[in-house]
Design a protein around this ligand. Structure first.
Ligand code: ADP
Ligand code: ZN
Ligand code: ZN
Length: 771
């Protein structure tokens, strides 16, 4: 009973979930998530759910209340709308009447039609009408005669007696070239059963995974394994760093630790970066744990993801292998969380909530008393520093080194080639003499090579060679990228497109051309240098189709090509025994980006790609072409020397005050009006400073105080305008136990709640990867 006026309550129409989709630990985690990353509670809850549960927003177009046909009375689209009861999905209507877009838009403006958003039903399980053969086959055989007059029914029954297994109605109909009414007729006579049966959308249903058994561990693997398992059984919630060179057998340690976790009745989460690019990784887990493995990544359809998610939620899977968001897998009792290649930037989400899966993992593991194992040959500086620190209780630091390869193979020899010298000795090709000779040797011996073109924005831009004009987006301060297939220029930020110009819009010169995607050019040059060479190119253009990656890699693994050429994608997790040469075409391309992590990223990428060579019985060779042969990141990568890189990089970070010596928060403000933006951002920063001052933490970082915080900005963002909105940013650097997120939240409050919220938008990035 209640005092509440029950007439104001609404009835419950339907129970959507017999079991709640979110468990208490995730709800608690969402609280932490929204505080730490300054996002709304709903955003942090939504990121934990599969898209299928969230429902899709669909725009509906409908006749307005004040509808009078008037001048539109004889229009076809109006008749279609009326036939549908006055409402249709906007997309559908536009697709039905491509000739009438202008009219429809005009009718919208005049208020004859209205546009509204409606949340469509959430996606459910997939039900398939299934035919069950008769349970008593002998009895059924006797019935066959009675069907003489219904030959088609007889045929179906005969088939089901011969193949007594449940079969989808649609398949049966196709197989016997019959109709569904025939089958329904049999069911009406009670000879067979027809039932809706759930069909799992399994992304790997067509794949067989040969089973694998645990390998006897090497001494080094055994030590590491024991430390992980010990922590797991003690439920310490500890985070450990498995710092092992490529080929040191980290994956085997993961697999056996997981086996131990499962036999203790607990579940395990494995995160791998860009899992859709590393089919080999999925294969190794499926081979060891079979159906216990659920897989989650962005290339699955919503339905497939939903079914994998439900497998986890309903206890039908105990291991999930997935990308970033798999950290939210709804397991009840997690024993182990593994993050492979923990330094990868794909663990940070770029949209709100801008969480880092590593930090979420650490937090979630504490809730469950689980162990986090971060694996990498080139750990991020933050992780390495944290893992090297002696714990307060005097125990060993949680650093697990594996410095040697299982195979006993030495790390491949790396040669640095100075491209400036190549140029001065008259070689204008993008292949140095050394790389050319090494490729030639591989072709003669029938061994394989991997070529990396280290380049971030894979696509390219159009520039006038006469006046230097570059095609830029009219709405964003960024150059347009050229798409060769369609001959259009496109903005990657707002989607604006225009036709490729024939002459320069600025000086009318005809010497306007696009500067190639790189990989295509390399491919052309390879064909010229080595006629008949078989090249597989892997970049955005060749991998748009579903499973394209997998197919290309499979073909390469079957030695159907001599060279695998590509962007960053070819550096990751590949393990091919016949690859004995790795060539880096231009190591510098990511070195000079205005980003405090650019040296770290370059070092990581070079180390990673170098690890692709000579992984098995054949020795490997690596050639790095560069214009900066003395750069410490390149030298250290060539020496396979992480510590050497670490030492130099830490010095620089210390001098310039960047992580791991402090933490960062970047706040981006945007508005269509520049004056308003500069005004609001200045006021916001003032507010922030006052709050920090009041808390006594506004202190220079170079001081000796344990708690210090600096505020930089506001200044224009690196991309100063996107979608016609100007952008300013302000960066907070801080160290010590300061709740900077809460400070930002409080300073922002008057600006996002007040009337001005429409004009100036705030976006907060806590622990940004790039600033
Ligand atoms: P990482 O993940 O550290 O790069 P992997 O786990 O891929 O290394 O191991 C490299 C190779 O060594 C793989 O082919 C793997 O099957 C093999 N390997 C790993 N552990 C063992 C072991 N204990 N005995 C024999 N081979 C092993
Ligand atoms: Zn020009
Ligand atoms: Zn744009």
């Amino acid at each position: 009973s209640s005092d509440f006026d029950t007439s104001r309550l609404k009835p419950i129409k339907e129970l959507l979930d017999p079991a709640p989709p979110l468990l208490p630990d995730l709800i608690e985690l969402s609280d932490w998530l929204s505080n730490k990353y300054c996002c709304s509670r709903i955003a942090s809850l939504q990121v934990m759910l599969p898209a299928a549960l969230k429902g899709k927003e669909v725009k509906y177009i409908a006749l307005s209340d004040s509808f009078q046909a008037g001048e539109y009375s004889d229009k076809v689209w109006l008749q279609a709308l009326q036939a549908e009861g006055g409402a249709l999905s906007f997309e559908k209507l536009m697709a039905m009447f491509p000739q009438n877009h202008a009219e429809i838009k005009q009718a919208l403006q005049q208020g004859i039609l209205t546009l509204s958003a409606k949340v469509k039903d959430r996606m459910g399980v997939k039900q398939v009408l299934t035919v069950f053969p008769p349970s008593d086959l002998e009895a059924a055989k006797q019935q066959l005669d009675s069907l003489k007059k219904a030959r088609k029914q007889q045929e179906v029954l005969q088939y089901l007696i011969e193949h007594p297994e449940p079969i989808a109605l649609s398949r049966l109909v196709a197989e016997l070239n019959t109709s569904s009414s025939v089958v329904h007729g049999l069911a009406d006579k009670g000879l067979i059963d027809l039932e809706e049966v759930e069909q799992k959308r399994d992304p790997y249903k067509d794949r067989a995974f040969p089973s694998s058994t645990p390998l006897p561990l090497t001494g080094m693997q055994q030590q590491v394994y024991e430390r992980i398992v010990e922590q797991m059984h003690q439920q310490t919630g500890q985070t450990m760093l498995l710092y092992g060179v490529t080929g040191s057998g980290k994956t085997e340690v993961y697999l056996q630790s997981i086996a131990e976790c499962l036999s203790a009745g607990k579940q395990a989460i494995v995160l791998v970066p860009e899992i859709s690019l590393t089919p080999q990784m999925v294969e190794r887990f499926k081979s060891r744990f079979g159906d216990e493995v659920a897989v989650m990544h962005s290339r699955l359809s919503d339905g497939e993801r939903y079914d994998e998610w439900r497998k986890i939620r309903h206890g039908q899977a105990s291991v999930v292998v997935g990308a970033r968001s798999a950290i939210f897998a709804p397991f009840c009792e997690i024993g182990l969380i593994i993050i492979d290649e923990e330094h990868e930037s794909s663990y940070k989400q770029e949209d709100t909530p801008k969480y880092h899966a590593r930090d979420v993992a650490v937090r979630r593991a504490r809730q469950h008393g689980a162990v986090v194992v971060l694996g990498s040959a080139t750990p991020s500086l933050e992780t390495f520093m944290a893992a090297s620190r002696q714990p307060a209780d005097g125990s060993e630091p949680p650093l697990l080194p594996m410095p040697d390869r299982v195979s006993g193979q030495a790390m491949p020899a790396v040669r640095i080639v100075d491209m400036r010298q190549e140029l001065s000795s008259g070689n204008r090709s993008m292949f140095s003499n050394q790389l050319y000779e090494s490729l030639k040797l591989r072709l003669e011996k029938g061994e394989q090579s991997v070529l990396l073109l280290n380049r971030r924005g894979y696509s390219t831009f159009v520039m006038c060679r006469s006046c230097g004009y570059t095609a830029a987006c009219p709405h964003c301060d960024i150059s347009l990228t050229y798409h060769q297939k369609t001959h259009v220029l496109r903005c990657h930020y707002c989607g604006y497109t225009e036709q490729e110009p024939k002459t320069c819009p600025a000086c009318e010169s005809e010497h306007i051309r696009f500067f190639g995607t790189g990989t295509q050019k390399v491919e052309e040059e390879l064909a010229k240098l080595f006629p008949g060479i078989r090249v597989i190119r892997m970049d955005v253009d060749t991998t748009t189709e579903k499973n394209a990656h997998e197919k290309l890699l499979k073909a390469f693994g079957e030695r159907k090509a001599d060279v695998l050429l590509g962007t960053q994608m070819v550096a990751k997790g590949l393990d091919f025994p016949y690859v004995t040469l790795v060539g880096v075409i231009a190591a510098d391309t990511t070195l000079n980006l205005p980003d405090f992590r650019s040296a770290e990223r370059t070092f990581q990428l070079l180390t990673q790609v170098a690890g692709r060579a000579g992984r098995h019985h054949l020795a490997g060779e690596v050639i790095i072409q560069t214009y900066n042969p003395e750069h410490y990141a390149i030298e250290a990568a060539a020496d396979h020397n992480y510590e050497q890189f670490l030492e130099q990089e830490l010095q620089l970070r210390m001098q310039l005050m960047y992580p791991p010596y402090c933490r960062l928060i970047c706040i981006t403000m945007s508005s269509e009006r520049l004056d308003q933006l500069s005004d609001t951002s200045a006021k916001f920063v003032q507010e922030l400073k006052e709050l920090a001052e009041y808390e006594g933490v506004l202190v220079p970082l170079q001081s000796r105080m344990t708690r210090a915080l600096e505020i930089l900005g506001p200044v224009a963002s690196p991309i100063a305008r996107i979608k016609d909105r100007y952008r300013y940013q302000c960066v907070i650097k801080y160290r010590g136990s300061i709740d900077a997120s809460s400070l930002v939240e409080r300073a922002m409050k008057p600006f996002v709640e007040g009337k001005s919220s429409k004009q100036v938008l705030f976006s907060v990035d806590v622990d940004p990867q790039v600033i």
